[in-house]
Design a protein around this ligand. Sequence first.
Ligand code: MG
Length: 218
Amino acid sequence: MTEVPRLAVSAARRAIALDTKGFMPEDEGDALFDAGIAAGRSCSGLPWVEVGSYCGRSTVWLGAAAEAGETTLFTIDHHRGSEETQPGWQWHDPTVMDPATGLMETLPFLRTTLWRAGLEETVIPIVGRSPVVARHWSTPLGLVFIDGGHGTEPARADYAGWTPHIAVGGSLVIHDVFPDPADGGRPPYEEIFKPALDSGRFSLVSATGSLRVLRRVD
Ligand code: MG
């Protein structure tokens, strides 16, 4: 049997990812990269979507895999922050506030991250609300990574809006899946992970921390 050499994200890009604001632990970022490499092989040529760019931390891992697979990653975010990153919430970072609008503004951080990581030709930011973009989307996808709003409604909308576009053999990757309520919020588990498995159209490939990789089988 021929050994397929295992690809890893470069040391330089790993350092940039770890230096970028965000919520993706290193081991889960590596699992995300691995899922991208697999999707690049099983769904050659199909583009990918990331829902929830924030400042581009996870985008570096996924974009690096997209580059290796010679495909394009569309990363979608309205850049005004999700509910749990707003002022007064646990995950809020005051340095992403825009004084001109009084709102969160993470797009410049994403742009800087993509430039630093040399991924501007591979990753295309889309600025807008995920359900609106999904409504007009028609291209089959090799991979969808859902890490957007973590409330019930956003999670439900991302499941409904994006999973139908995943090609057979393609991957659905979900962040912040907590089967035990003691570990974190439920919507990614209840509204995305469980419905995907219950649909019979996806099977579980791997679990790393709160990251789940599923493959579309039907
Ligand atoms: Mg997350």
